[in-house]
Design a protein around this ligand. Sequence first.
Ligand SMILES: [Zn+2]
Length: 384
Amino acid sequence: MGDDGPAAELGAAVGALALVDHHVHPALVTGLSHGEFEELITESDRGVPPGTTRFDSQLGLAIRRWCGPVLGLPASVPAQAYLGRRDALGADEVARRLLRASGVAHWLIDTGYPRAGMLGLTAMAEAAGGGVEEVVRLESVAEQAIMAGNGSAAGFAERFRGALWERTTFACGVKSIVAYRFGLDFDPRPPTAAEVADAAGRWLRQIDASGTARAADPVLLRFLLWAGVDRGLPVQIHTGFGDPDVDLRRADPLLLRGFCELTQERAVPLMLLHCYPYHRQAGYLAHTYPHVYLDVGLALNHVGARAAAVVAESLELAPFGKVLFSSDAWGPPELHYLGALLWRRATARVLGGWVESGDWALADAIRVAGMIGAQNARRVYRLP
Ligand SMILES: [Zn+2]
């Protein structure tokens, strides 16, 4: 892109967008050792390979390049100096600076995967200087509902539905992690009441044996998803890239085709999260089904300087009213900031290229960036 002309105008417009981050987790505000920080900038849950550092990755370089200046450092100082500055400023100030620098006006927060030291919803709103809404995880509500039943499987379905409706009184959406707990290759039909009661009984016996409640039975997971559809709020579904707890082969969103077919008449939005490396498959579903949407959050932080390639691929088949911005940041506020920054840079570059080649009008590029960055989320989640 040149320094002036349409591309620069588009860059300025995208840079100024008040974004809605439609899938994100709270920021972590504790001091972090070098080792702890490295563990939080990868999706791997395994040790750092000997002789290497997690900073030698697209995400690591992006942190030094882009977050350093927000903390008052020159761009791309060594990792040690970056972490030293982080310690000197303190975790609260680091979070405040990075969250505010993101230019995100509204955060839709998945509260289902907490860690000690993460901000609560109100504290997140204060630190970020923006609005927050909650997205409630179906599996978390189920795990609380099964424990609240005094060992009885009979009333589980009703107890879960009651708890879900209560927990989501003020929520803007629900989320399913069926990809983590089973895979997206589940039977798409709603289970019968008898099947759900049987599955709840099996689950209770497992809880007795193991002492922990983890919703992983495919019948129950289907029941939760369909209850989420009944609730009527947008249903976020994890697909594609994530930590190794997900079997990536079974996280291809195309496996949801049957579920898309069966839910279409209900007109409840299905929000396919992350999608990478299956974002083109997700784009096909969004192209085909009126109620299917997608994002490429999480991937952009991890592909860093290659974010433009992923953004470009997400804008092939998918209609522009069906693509949303998200960071999927979890933990260090660097991820919240970079999610927004890398999306802005990639979007300006991709759409700017189409304007420069004469394929798109500048006014359309500015309009589409605004749809993906904020307006699609405001419409689908009915944000104030
Ligand atoms: Zn997430």
